[in-house]
Design a protein around this ligand. Structure first.
Ligand code: H2U
Ligand code: ZN
Length: 341
């Protein structure tokens, strides 16, 4: 395959693809391999049940999931009423928000790949409860649910957990996806992701795994080597419209996908995952199609990661291995966990 560029219609960006470049030698940084640990309870962990957190609060003796207000929140519900100094050119605005931490399980060493499907269904239900609760705050317009897994992605703690940041203005990514999905809906009466999914199911070469309600695939326009997107087959905007059957199907798909990730380099695979749902307390946004992005940093092994630097910082994103070969490798990685082989 020759060097080419691909269009991301969702984020409205180009990505450069240089398939011939995967042969180049590597003498740069390697990351240390992370082996799974088995500890079920860590008395020093800020997120384990019953433990005291950094600011002195105590976690409940939770048995399934547990959420709390982030003790070091990046956003505050009542920011200073005085707006920051700004001019028409150098603009600043006050920003109110709410940050929460979501513990997925009382078990300190689990991850979605190692949790049961029923436990992940509990996480999905927690995501929905939080989404509904934060959407009920009249000034909240954006609810961003995400997870950083692994030290390589900046997770501060191995305990299985995610976060929510909800705020009063729309973040950049939401603004672009709102425009791209809205424009496609207005032009065709079909959601952008339904159209993409139809083409992907037809071609099959970027599919990773699927079930009755969800499909995971490496998007045509992926930037991260093993980036995936999880798309519901049915078009709806958010978890609030998802059925109990779809909750179970999503949990099963997330388990299979994260096992495939872990299998790929036989290591707990780091990633950031993010749910993309439409703005709340505004709309309706009929073109928005619920989806989850996975952005994993690993490139060649458990120790060699991709850096978004140089040309990618100053010009545009670039990848070496094609989306098609990444999807093939994730299919070949299998769905039986390597740690049970
Ligand atoms: P990350 O691992 O993705 O950083 O998420 C952990 C969050 O948990 C982080 O935002 C919060 C940090 O502020 N935290 C608390 O709120 N209380 C604590 O005692 C430790 C960590
Ligand atoms: Zn813990």
């Amino acid at each position: 395959m020759n060097v080419h560029r691909r269009w991301n219609p969702l984020a409205r960006q180009w990505v450069l693809v240089s398939p011939h470049r995967t042969q180049r030698p590597w003498q740069g940084q390697t990351e240390s391999r992370l082996e799974p640990e088995g500890l079920e309870y860590d008395p020093t962990c800020y997120l384990c049940p019953g433990n005291r957190r950094a600011n002195g609060e105590t976690n409940s003796q939770y048995e399934t999931t547990f959420s709390f207000e982030n003790d070091f929140a990046a956003l505050l519900p009542h920011p200073e009423p005085k707006p920051p100094q700004s001019t028409s050119l150098l603009r600043a605005e006050p920003e109110a928000g709410i940050c929460r931490v979501l513990c997925y399980s009382p078990h300190h060493s689990l991850s979605m790949s190692r949790m049961s499907i029923a436990q992940t269904t509990d996480v999905i239900r927690l995501w929905r409860r939080e989404q509904a609760e934060l959407a009920a705050v009249p000034w909240v317009r954006s609810v961003q649910i995400f997870e950083n897994r692994g030290a390589m992605m900046g997770a501060s703690n191995p305990h299985p957990h995610g976060q929510i940041w909800a705020n009063e203005s729309l973040p950049n990514e939401t603004v672009v996806e709102l425009e791209s999905q809205g424009a496609h809906w207005n032009a065709t009466g079909q959601s952008l992701l339904s159209a993409c999914l139809a083409e992907e199911l037809q071609s099959g070469e970027r599919l990773v795994c699927a079930n009755s309600a969800f499909v995971a695939l490496v998007p045509f326009w992926a930037v991260w080597p093993f980036e995936t997107i999880v798309i519901p087959r049915r078009h709806y905007g958010s978890l609030l419209e998802q059925t109990p059957g779809e909750d179970d199907a999503l949990a099963a798909l997330l388990k299979e996908l994260t096992i495939r990730y872990d299998n790929l380099f036989e290591t707990p695979f780091p990633y950031s995952l993010g749910l993309h749902q439409p703005p709340v307390n505004s709309g309706p946004y009929p073109g928005w199609h619920f989806h989850i992005h996975f952005y994993p940093p690993l490139l060649r092994s458990a120790t060699v990661r991709k850096f978004l630097v140089g040309y990618e910082m100053f010009a545009q994103a670039q990848r070496d291995i094609t989306a098609e070969s990444a999807a093939l490798r994730l299919r070949q990685a299998g769905s039986d966990p390597y740690w049970e082989r």
